[in-house]
Design a protein around this ligand. Structure first.
Ligand SMILES: *Cc1c(COP(=O)(O)O)cnc(C)c1O
Length: 371
């Protein structure tokens, strides 16, 4: 079975797994003053250094969390809770891990503006400019979209917000290992990372918090992670996460080139089919993601028919068993029917050219057999 759903999650890289297992036996509590504790502390701090290095950040700017969802919650609530009320700007196409914290803040009395995107899935910085108010306390816009791979003009947004001294959070869960992310270039205040999107285990992530920027913790306990995130550190997972960052840092060019090449092979083949349309075409996208609408197919059924041979996702987020059109595709102006006929193919570094060729053939055939 060929795995083409890397945007959902990735397998663990063997070197990451090895590191994790090695460190499982380093059981010391990083907060302990004795030798066991000091060893664990050292591992955590070395890991922090590696993560920071990947982002062009300083080690003290990295806060370890349980993943992308927690990082987004910490960034959004952590900022909002510094005030009793206030205005937050985000976009219509964010991951639920951003949209739902924002909705919760609305219930608590905060105002939220959800910016639209154009037909390519890109936000207009002028819309952002117009949405800014005197009481805007935070802007949260994702770096790259998990469904379409479409990139947002983060640098430009960062410049607008820096001038106005408004904190800027960006969800980079999908970007790490696929496109460069450098906090010094982006003018951002906070950045979310999720380990399992780049070959580390699930349940580990980080939030970059710019030096000097203060957020409130959303959990209360000991003073771990500069007081931003209490709880005894998960040392083996932190080390695994850092190892994954280190590998990407060292091998980025190679990985990116491979992703681009294999994803192009698939698109080369599918683009020849008349009923196929690429969502987000003509605008910068992640090198590994293809979100395509296939007119008159039902994506859920299509994905099921491929199961056993190829693992891909329907473009619609089917949670409670009810098929709902993707909020991202609908925001791009697709009809409900078009959104429900969309699939997401997302490649990763373990895909070989051979299996990609085979998968392209199978998908092409399945499309042709669908009519
Ligand atoms: C996967 C993902 C998340 C959530 O990360 P978890 O570690 O699964 O909680 C958040 N944002 C985006 C864009 C993602 O792709």
């Amino acid at each position: 079975m060929i795995y083409l759903d890397y945007n959902a999650t990735t397998p663990i890289e063997p070197r990451v797994k090895e590191e994790m297992i090695r460190i499982l036996d380093e059981f010391g509590n990083p907060s302990s003053a004795h030798k066991f504790g000091r060893k664990a502390r050292q591992l955590v701090e070395e890991s922090r250094y590696k993560v920071a290095k990947l982002l062009g950040a300083q080690p003290q700017e990295i806060v370890f969390t349980s993943g992308g969802t927690e990082s987004n919650n910490l960034a959004i609530f952590g900022r909002a809770l510094c005030f009793e009320r206030g205005h937050i700007i985000t976009s219509c196409i964010e991951h639920p891990a951003t949209l739902n914290p924002c909705r919760q803040l609305q219930r608590m009395g905060y105002d939220v503006t959800y910016l639209p995107v154009n037909s390519q899935g890109v936000l207009d910085p002028d819309d952002l400019r117009r949405a800014i108010r005197k009481d805007t306390i935070l802007v949260s816009i994702m770096h790259s979209n998990n469904e379409t791979g479409v990139l947002q003009p983060i640098k430009e947004i960062g410049e607008i917000l820096r001038e106005r001294e408004i904190p800027f959070h960006t969800d980079c869960a999908q970007s790490i290992g696929k496109i460069p992310v450098s906090v010094s270039e982006l003018n951002v205040t906070m950045v979310s990372l999720a380990g399992h999107k780049f070959y580390a285990p699930k349940g580990i992530g980080a939030l970059y918090v710019k030096e000097g920027f203060i957020i409130k913790p959303i959990m209360f306990g000991g003073g771990h992670e500069r007081g931003f995130r209490p709880g005894t550190e998960n040392v083996p997972y932190i080390a695994a996460f850092a190892k994954a960052c280190e590998i990407i840092n060292c091998e980025f060019d190679e990985i990116e080139k491979h992703l681009r090449a294999i994803t192009d092979i698939i698109w080369e083949r599918l683009s020849r089919i008349e009923r196929v349309k690429l969502n987000g075409q003509g605008t910068p996208r992640l090198p590994n993601t293809l979100n395509i609408s296939i007119s008159d197919i039902k994506a859920e059924q299509f994905v099921k028919r491929l199961d056993g041979r190829i693992a891909i996702s329907a473009g619609s987020a089917c949670h409670s068993g009810v098929e709902k059109p993707s909020h991202v595709l609908v925001a791009m102006g697709l009809t409900e029917k078009e959104a429900l006929s969309s699939i997401r193919i997302s490649t990763g570094k373990f895909n070989t050219v051979e299996e990609i060729k085979e998968a392209s053939e199978i998908i092409e055939e399945e499309i042709k057999n669908s009519f």
